[in-house]
Design a protein around this ligand. Structure first.
Ligand code: ADP
Ligand code: MG
Length: 357
């Protein structure tokens, strides 16, 4: 196992890239600590698979270096990087049995047969596929094929990192949560570095200790699930994580302070920097109904289990609030209050307030 460092990484699929829009990865500097459980979270097309394939060596980056424990591996082929990678769709040998498939990565490395039998039994038990061990892989259902594919990724205990690229895409929903918690459990047991790629916030937040959020070829924030929820560094993170996501409201900055639809807003603290399009970010959990506050009209109320989500129009701006208890009806006039310590200014998407005075 190793610490993995990505240094000044850029990648373009074009032969002669010009502007930054030609790069699938823009500028990545990142350390993956040895033994960490990471999720790489972002929408489809943001560059997650590109980044993974660069770490595993399937792709050579246009610029930058990859280091394992300080050793430069940028020019090493995949089989010399000691990595296990599980892809979105099953990669198994149809003509082999499940047992042979699981044993393959170990046999390939000359592991002793006794040890192979032990590891295969262990992994099969974990994935609950013991009764299929002697079945030919071609006879398996798609989700069982993917389970075996995951097993092949997990069977070696000497890899630098195990990487999963949206592995649950083809898995039945009821099996998904089960496999997800198994992976978490497995990480806690073996303590191998794991990178789990997904576009699904629930998958990312349940698996990972640290979540790396990507957008458009860039990393916008790295943090624990709580940090991402509590202090989004970018409006994208606020919006992408949470359900419903953070309110991102067009704002104006003037001599008298920040306003939304002409109403003054109290922020968490001092404003930093200047310039750029201003927005106020506040999570619906921190918007409440009050006697005074921003005057609006209820547009919609929806039930989300124990709470309701109220959407009100303040001028032209829609604002969501998560409300406990009784909620006003559609069309009613309301006042919305923002919790100041959870209200932030963003400029061109990036956070522009500091906590405290
Ligand atoms: P993700 O895994 O987050 O969905 P990808 O890394 O697959 O994103 O893709 C990032 C960007 O690179 C996308 O715009 C995608 O169209 C482009 N891309 C991915 N693979 C290739 C390829 N082999 N050739 C050209 N463009 C590619
Ligand atoms: Mg992908």
């Amino acid at each position: 196992m190793a610490k993995i460092t990505l240094s000044n990484l850029r990648h373009s699929y074009m032969p002669n890239p010009k502007g930054s829009e030609d790069f699938a990865l823009k500028e990545i500097d990142l350390d993956w600590q040895d033994g960490g459980a990471y999720a790489l979270l972002g929408p489809s097309g943001c560059g997650k698979s590109t980044l993974l394939n660069i770490i595993s060596g399937l792709l050579v980056p246009s610029e930058g270096r990859i280091l394992f424990d300080g050793k430069d591996v940028t020019d090493l082929p995949p089989d010399q990087r000691n990595i296990a990678q599980v892809f979105q769709f099953p990669v198994i040998y149809d003509t082999m049995t499940v047992r042979e498939n699981l044993a393959f990565p170990l046999r390939n490395r000359g592991v002793a047969e006794g040890k192979i039998a032990e590891r295969v039994a262990e992994i099969a038990a974990m994935l609950e596929v013991e009764e299929m061990l002697d079945t030919r892989a071609s006879h398996l259902s798609p989700d069982n094929k993917q389970k075996i594919s995951m097993g092949r990724g997990l069977v070696r205990d000497d890899v630098n990192v195990v990487m999963f690229d949206e592995p649950l895409t083809v898995i039945d929903p009821h099996l998904k949560w089960k496999l997800r918690s198994k992976l978490k459990e497995l990480h806690q047991r073996v303590r191998a570095t794991m990178i789990y790629v997904t576009h699904d916030q629930t998958e990312a937040l349940t698996f990972a200790d640290q979540v790396v959020v990507m957008q458009d070829g860039e990393i916008v924030q790295i943090g624990t699930p709580v940090e991402l929820f509590e202090r989004p560094q970018h409006t994208f993170v606020g919006h992408f994580i949470g359900s419903p996501g953070m309110n991102v409201l067009p704002a104006d900055e003037g001599q008298g302070g920040v306003t939304v639809e002409g109403h003054p807003i109290t922020l968490e603290g001092k404003i930093t920097g200047n310039g750029g399009a201003a927005q106020v970010g506040i999570r619906p959990e921190f918007v409440s109904l009050a006697k005074t506050g921003l005057p609006g009209r209820v547009r919609k109320v929806s039930d989300i289990g124990r709470h309701s989500v109220l959407e009100a129009m303040v001028g032209e701006t829609s604002i969501k609030a998560v409300i406990d208890g009784p909620v006003p009806a559609q069309g009613e006039a309301v006042h919305l209050a923002f919790r100041a310590d959870q209200t932030r200014l963003y400029r061109d998407g990036w956070i522009a307030t500091e906590v405290g005075a």
